[in-house]
Design a protein around this ligand. Structure first.
Ligand code: NAI
Length: 253
């Protein structure tokens, strides 16, 4: 099987793109730690996948909390003996421009989206290197590549993910760690619903979003997860430091 015996962590794995990624990796034979700060959803989805015969375990972690992420990596290695794949997927949006955005809101978005990726790489890479290396995929966004109306903290945080992905790729090139990012366009998950709800006119915001994607629709979580799975598979052995747009042509305009 494509991921036979590999051990993977997916943060934010209880919902949306993360959950779709857990499903693909586990179906491919990986032993997957589904991690999320939402314990109810995490244990529910883990039980559902276990019943379907998948090797999935739930470990709670808030990706912005250093002790949680350290424990996540240690508990994974303790349970499965190694770590081969890290998907830094957990993310959060508060959609406000730089004047409306409050300092505590800025800190929360940056802590989850940017520091969370730093902490994941910080604790996972030493564990991966003990067994010859591994693959990291960070979930950035088109908001990390271009400016978006009313997304000051979110764009800044995803820009940090884009740049950190390149930096990790440069620092660990040749040491057995591959690091890439996906940059999704608008995908039908809770992050998109939260964004639409906060826009004041969800129907109009949705129309604008669809119009800005040349392909003429939003994406699905599974469409992004397929690309994540490719990037962390051995098929992508020469893909390193790449920002992989999965956006229906959004940034190609
Ligand atoms: P989602 O809301 O369905 O899933 C996000 C998951 O992350 C949830 O299960 C949530 O509980 C978890 N999470 C949030 N903060 C966390 C924290 N501090 N610690 C641990 N878990 C946490 O949304 P979606 O869309 O699947 O989000 C996944 C990633 O995709 C995020 O990084 C998001 O920014 C990114 N993204 C989403 C896009 C979209 O249109 N849906 C577009 C571009 C990027």
């Amino acid at each position: 099987m494509e991921f036979g015996n590999k051990v993977a962590i997916v943060t934010g794995g209880a919902s949306g793109i993360g959950l779709a990624t857990v499903e693909i990796l586990a179906a491919g034979g990986a032993r997957v730690v589904l991690s999320d700060w939402d314990e109810a959803a995490g244990t529910r989805e883990t039980a559902r996948l276990q019943q379907a015969g998948r090797e999935v375990a739930y470990i709670r972690a808030d990706v912005s909390n250093s002790a949680d992420v350290q424990n996540l990596v240690a508990a994974t290695v303790s349970k499965y003996g190694r770590l081969d794949i890290l998907i830094n997927n957990a993310g959060y949006i508060i959609a406000k421009d730089v004047v409306a955005m409050q300092e505590d809101e800025w800190d929360k978005v940056l802590d989850i989206n940017a520091k969370g990726v730093f902490l994941g790489c910080h604790f996972a890479i030493p564990a991966m290197l003990k067994h010859g290396g591994g693959a990291i995929v960070n979930v950035a966004s088109i908001s990390g590549l271009v400016g978006m109306p009313g997304q000051s903290g979110y764009c800044a945080s995803k820009g940090a993910v884009v740049q950190l992905t390149k930096q990790v790729a440069v620092d660990f090139a040749g040491k057995g760690i591959r690091c890439n990012a996906v940059c999704p366009g608008s995908v039908e998950t809770r992050v998109l619903t939260d964004y639409l709800d906060s826009s004041g006119d969800a129907a109009r915001a949705r129309q604008e979003i669809v119009a800005n994607h040349p392909i003429g629709r939003t994406g699905t979580a599974a469409e992004v997860a397929e690309v994540i799975a490719f990037l962390c598979s051995d098929k992508a052995g020469f893909v390193h430091g790449a920002m992989f747009s999965v956006d229906g042509g959004y940034v190609a305009r």
